[in-house]
Design a protein around this ligand. Structure first.
Ligand SMILES: NC(=O)c1ccc[n+]([C@@H]2O[C@H](COP(=O)([O-])OP(=O)(O)OC[C@H]3O[C@@H](n4cnc5c(N)ncnc54)[C@H](OP(=O)(O)O)[C@@H]3O)[C@@H](O)[C@H]2O)c1
Length: 178
């Protein structure tokens, strides 16, 4: 299948949560560092096209500037009041979305969560690269990076770069599919 490179972007706690318990309805920018917010903005703008689930979109509530956002939902009609040309709501499966983007000449997409979307693409072996920001917090419980994942490892990745973003120790780890 010809498809754009799928690049997962996520921020998580040391213990692997992408949202703390009872704050699932809030955008991750409520707890991530300023440096990670800058990293995400720069990286997602450079990639240009984002894919996210409807729950993550609702935490943001709007199109992000200078990027195209594709929102996965079983009910696109629920979002008919959003008329921004940079927003697309679709019930298509990942393969169809990626094939269509490939035909439009899109070379890369940023996979922006949440957990169900990360997991869906992981299970289908569609993730090529990941930038995982580790924020130096422990949440104990919340939304896991790949929640709903079956116990079997589906993909192996190798570390290709690491960057410390600030004195608190926020780390960005870049992995690519082995
Ligand atoms: N820290 C980070 O980097 C980061 C990044 C992103 C999100 N998050 C957090 O992750 C949480 C949300 O994650 P989540 O897993 O609950 O929700 P989500 O993945 O953002 O969205 C789930 C929704 O996506 C749609 N969907 C899922 N699979 C689909 C498919 N195969 N076809 C069509 N639509 C599909 C469904 O929408 P409908 O219900 O509309 O059908 C589903 O309810 C939030 O707390 C958010 O803050 C964190």
């Amino acid at each position: 299948m010809n498809k754009p490179e799928v690049i997962l972007l996520a921020a998580m706690s040391i213990d692997g949560f992408i949202a703390p318990l009872n704050q699932e309805h809030l955008s991750s920018t409520t707890w991530t560092s300023q440096e990670d917010r800058q990293f995400f903005a720069k990286k997602s703008k450079a990639i240009g096209t984002m894919i996210m689930g409807s729950k993550t979109f609702v935490t943001i509530g709007k199109a992000l500037m200078n990027r195209k956002t594709i929102v996965m939902t079983s009910q696109p009609a629920r979002f008919a009041n959003f008329s921004d040309p940079n927003l697309l709501f679709t019930a298509d499966n990942p393969e169809k979305i990626l094939t269509d983007l490939n035909e439009q000449g899109i070379k890369q997409i940023a996979l922006c969560g949440g957990a169900s979307i990360y997991n869906l693409f992981l299970q289908k072996g569609l993730i090529d690269r990941m930038f995982l920001t580790i924020e130096p917090f422990i949440f104990g419980s919340g939304v896991k990076l790949f929640s709903g994942s079956v116990g079997q490892i589906q993909s192996k990745f190798i570390l290709v770069s690491q960057e410390k973003l600030n004195d608190a120790g926020t780390l960005v780890l870049e992995f690519k599919k082995a």
